[in-house]
Write a protein that binds this ligand. Structure first.
Ligand code: NIG
Ligand code: FE
Length: 429
């Protein structure tokens, strides 16, 4: 992307900035390609887009800044709608144990897995947690993510759950990212409640959710409904409480076994149901009826060497919107790149590159309740976009390990990558 002109003329221009000679991938209807196109922004929003030939006058007359994209593809900023990006420590040694033959469930039952990250996260100060999480959030941005969801869930007590979501809030203040915060106090049962799981659910419903709502720290509530976490009845109770407090719900559903959680969450008007490897075909019509997004997480599928795939063809046939996310977490998906996840979704789950791109744009926006403002290139939407060093969008899913394919990232109409002015560099690991 080359800035070809910055005029400082007193007269008011129609647009703050315009990108010309672009291949726009609007994602509004399939790829929604517009070649030889331009996109203009005003006050942080997309003010105009279309064929260059349809511009009313020259780009230089219309906008304060003109950028030449030189035929590159421009997509909406990518949206990562399911992450556990804030945590302390890592689980590399657990990875080694799994390579030697132990299963994820065995490790969890022995008190490792999520519990070991809970211990490290409880022990970390807010500052340490921020400093460990910041490079991950920055890596997301460098991979083209402009909006992401971050869950709590490695605290399992009010103090640490709050600490995690406060760190999420600070990441949003310090990086050009939109961050949705999800309370996942029901990620697993903390060891101090092992003998009385319902007492922990009482804690989640009577203290944690009311407090999160009161201080406005969470947008949604998630539950890991699974044999090693919360059962159907406990999940239902937590969802009902979330609804009473005006919070959206989402669910880790049918990841390792079938418990009926996706149908339950969908009936509670969940924004999304996530994982779904063991989803029953009978439950797909409920998802469709309730307009629930199915979030697939091929990174966790790959990293756990899962062999049972979600019922993808049936979801597509039923026209359930499919989103994709990194599920970034230390145990099952230490991944930050949505383009890599798109490639995995194509190879492992048989999505087309077009479906994969919609999964990290239009449908991911819907999974976060942001479909009116984000996820596509359309007039009045927030001006978040990525300029790719590619001529056709299929290349974003196609290349692996080429380094970044990104030429530029624009967040709220500002060019944030490449950083033009002297920038901080705390994010380099
Ligand atoms: O989405 N399924 C539950 N939660 C995470 C894993 C968390 C962990 O192992 O730390 C997931 O895969
Ligand atoms: Fe997850």
């Amino acid at each position: 992307m080359t800035v070809i002109l910055t005029l400082e003329i007193m007269e008011m221009k129609t647009f703050d900035a315009i990108w010309i000679n672009a291949t726009l991938v609007t994602c509004a209807d399939g790829y929604g390609l517009i070649k030889e196109a331009a996109i203009a922004v005003k006050d942080g929003r997309i003010a105009w887009l279309g064929k260059m030939s349809e511009l009313e006058s020259s780009a230089m007359q219309l906008a304060e800044k003109v950028y030449d994209v030189e035929s590159r593809c421009m997509t909406p900023g990518l949206i990562d709608c399911h992450t556990h990006l804030i945590y302390a420590g890592n689980r590399a040694l657990e990875f080694e144990s799994r390579l030697k033959g132990k299963s994820y469930v065995e490790i969890a039952k022995e008190g490792g897995g999520i519990q070991s990250t809970v211990k490290a996260t409880r022990e970390a100060s807010t500052e340490e947690l921020f400093l460990q999480s910041y490079p991950r959030a920055k890596a997301c941005l460098l991979n083209g993510t402009t909006t992401l969801e971050i869950k709590s869930g490695y605290g399992l007590n009010l103090e640490t759950e709050k600490k995690m979501l406060l760190v999420a809030k600070r990441l949003e203040e310090e990086l050009p990212l939109t961050i949705k915060r999800t309370f996942l106090g029901a990620h697993t049962i903390p060891i101090e409640y092992k003998q009385d799981k319902d007492a922990y659910v009482d804690q989640v419903c009577n203290e944690m959710i009311p407090e999160m709502a009161k201080i406005n720290l969470a947008d949604a509530v998630d539950v890991f409904c699974e044999s090693i976490a919360f059962n159907y009845e406990q999940t239902e109770r937590i969802f009902q409480t979330a609804k009473q407090f005006g919070l959206d719900v989402k669910c880790h559903a049918e990841q390792l076994s079938y418990l009926g959680a996706a149908k339950l969450a969908s009936t509670c008007h969940a924004l999304s149901v996530d994982h779904l490897e063991y989803l029953s075909l009978d439950d797909i019509k409920t998802l469709k009826e309730n307009n629930t997004v199915a979030v697939l997480l091929p990174g966790a599928f790959y990293f756990l060497k899962e062999t049972k795939k979600p019922p993808i063809a049936e979801l597509i046939n039923a026209r359930v919107p499919i989103a994709l996310a990194t599920d970034c977490n230390p145990g099952t998906s230490p991944i930050l790149s949505l383009p890599l996840i798109m490639n995995m979704a194509c190879i492992l789950f048989g999505l087309t590159a077009e479906q994969a791109l919609l999964g990290v744009t239009k449908h991911a926006a819907k999974a976060l309740g942001l479909e009116k403002t984000h996820g596509t290139l359309e007039e009045n939407k927030v001006a978040d976009f990525v300029i790719w060093n590619v001529k056709h969008p299929v290349e974003i899913s196609y290349y692996m390990g080429y380094g970044s394919l990104i030429n530029g990232v624009i967040k709220n109409a500002e060019v944030v990558i490449p950083v033009s002015s002297r920038g901080e560099d705390r994010g380099t690991q």
